[in-house]
Design a protein around this ligand. Structure first.
Ligand code: C5J
Length: 230
């Protein structure tokens, strides 16, 4: 059991019942030439989340915590992509178009992959999702139930889109969601700030917000005291 400082208040978490969920840290969102860039965004703004996500991932791996990576993307025939979603963005680089990292937001293409800095290792779960929320048309809920997970430490991109949608879905399903604020990022710093502020408002209407330093400290095995007795 760990006690984690968070907003609106500290939260006690049983590690065996907690999973780290890293949302959509994919080349399509973080690198030039992908889906995020095709919508006119400055993708470099998302890079602030990489180092905090790496710290969380290292701490979670060291503690043997369940790690889940998600990827947004569509089947090659786009049968799971609503036309209303496909029709957005620059006409020459829409979902399914061929870009510098392969077909935009299509499963199996280079751009769909998780950035090398956060590459999953054997034993970690990858959830492929066609929507913004990680519960929508995926096996995520079944995986969490099977592993008896009750708490989610959530990080990734973007704060107000896929992170927020996933937290709302998880909250409605009864999971206690802790968003790790500095390990999330948005193309819009103001949206990031406000999205984080929404989570713990009203007594924690969607969950809790903490930061990677606090989570890593809480996850680290207690240091042996170096004090010597006289
Ligand atoms: C977006 C996401 N922003 N992963 N996807 O379209 O947040």
């Amino acid at each position: 059991m760990i006690s984690l400082s968070a907003q609106p208040e500290a939260i006690d978490l049983s590690l065996a019942q907690t999973a780290l969920v890293i949302i959509d840290m994919q080349r399509d969102f973080l690198e030039p030439g992908g889906f995020g860039a095709s919508l006119g965004n400055d993708v470099s703004l998302l890079r602030t989340a990489i180092a905090p996500c790496q710290s969380l991932l290292a701490a979670a791996r060291a503690m043997g915590m369940l790690v889940i990576h998600t990827r947004e993307g569509h089947l090659p025939d786009l049968s799971d992509a609503p036309p209303a979603k496909i029709m957005r963005g620059k006409p020459e680089l829409r979902i399914g178009s061929i870009g510098p990292m392969g077909r935009v937001l299509v499963r199996g293409e280079p751009g769909h992959g998780i950035i090398p800095e956060l590459a999953p290792v054997t034993g970690e779960i990858i959830i492929d999702k066609p929507g913004k929320g990680a519960f929508y048309r995926t096996e995520l809920n079944d995986v969490l139930k099977e592993q008896r997970i009750e708490n989610l430490l959530v990080c990734g991109v973007t704060t107000e889109v896929c992170v927020h949608t996933t937290v709302r879905e998880g909250n409605d399903r009864g999971y206690r969601c802790v968003v790790v604020g500095d390990a999330c990022a948005s193309y819009f710093p103001e949206f990031h700030r406000v999205a984080l502020a929404m989570i713990p408002a009203q007594g924690g209407i969607f969950g809790w917000v903490s930061n990677s330093t606090a989570v890593v400290a809480a996850l680290s095995p207690k240091r042996m005291s170096t004090a010597t007795t006289p």
